[in-house]
Write a protein that binds this ligand. Sequence first.
Ligand code: PLP
Length: 453
Amino acid sequence: MTLETSTSSAAARDAVPHLVTELPGPRARELIARDDAVVSPSLTRAYALVAETGSGYVVTDVDGNRFLDFAAGIAVVSTGHRHPKVVEAIKAQADRLIHIAATDFYEPRYLELTEHLARIAPFSEPARVFLSNSGTEAVEGAIKLARYHTGRPGLIAFEGAFHGRTLGALSLTNSKIKQRAGFGPLLPMVYHAPYPRQRTWREGSGGDGSAELEVLKRSVLGRLIAPSDVAAIVIEPIQGEGGYFPAPASFLAAIRELCDEHGILLIADEVQSGMGRTGRWWAIQHAGVEPDIITTAKGIASGMPLGGFIARESVMTWPVGAHGSTFAGNPVCAAAGKATMELIEGGLMENAARMGARLREGIERVATERGGVRDIRGIGLMLGIEFADHEHSNAVQEAAFRRGLLVLECGEATIRLCPPLIVDEEAVDTAVRIFGEAMASAKPADGMDEIGG
Ligand code: PLP
């Protein structure tokens, strides 16, 4: 397989990362000060990166510093920055038609993309697709469809879940209290069950999720809400924002059984874990479990705003006018989505599996050498490295940035590595080396020796 990327020259790769100023540089400092004065203070801003250009797995900041991007704009830029085929598709579509409103009119790119999504849906029956502009809107629509189809109001999600920030999706989100504080009342009849957070690298097997399943059955469905009132159980097959925890296959299978027993729909939120990142189109396919509805966004269009949900044909039963969106599935975004999916299918998914294995091996090696790591987990190019506390993971994240590697925290003390699916051996090995150096330089919290390798 040849991976065509815009970072293809050996010279370019050798020069990444390449830092030419202190960080943040003078231009970055000036822009950050202006940004501080005008932008909503709710944005998190992990560190002082002010991006100017992107190419493949390289981001260059406004001062000319080049970074190796293992954050991919929060797992979004699946084909790398400005993949030539995606850029070509966007430009060609911009020259043809920018907007028409797929809610009201037909359009070929919208059709081609939805056909492709229906074809890769992990169902044994035909699928139907609704496109949205974002992940939270995809979840919002999935909630509405589940309520409509079942005629039931209730929803069950999981502790640590992140499903988005609009009010319906936020009612399912259970990741950090600051994401919910002050925004109530949220949706009624939403309950959270424990998610099996298994730490298998150092602590051995965390079991099959049967303890958590028991709480769901006994406490949630036995005391809080009758199964006959529940429209859907919503789960991330790999919890993303909550800390990159893959759910055990047996747990997902048991949830499927529970849903079947009670006529509850199973919604897999694959906004972060889908689109080939784990080496398969959908993370839930690793467990051999079929959901009823699957949500997608992030990696679907290489950075253009697009999301959607796919449902079994027998579930997407709502009538004309029940749901729609002015912008969603915009022709330019749809063209980018189609190009992205073709690239993922054309080799990037296999590359994610291969490079994911190499990345894990490398990270396990440096973690063993350096010590201080509590757990390493994930599938494919969705890898989480957990430290003892937030202070430590934050220090590693900052130290990586200062060495030219972009990574992002998640959960309480975990760093996620979610690079573009185009990464090659050189990018992976460089990231591993820098991550090891960042771990060595970040001061461990007291008591880290207990975890050290
Ligand atoms: N669902 C999951 C699993 C996510 O990881 C995210 C975003 O991180 C969302 C939903 C919300 O997506 P968006 O930020 O595009 O609204």
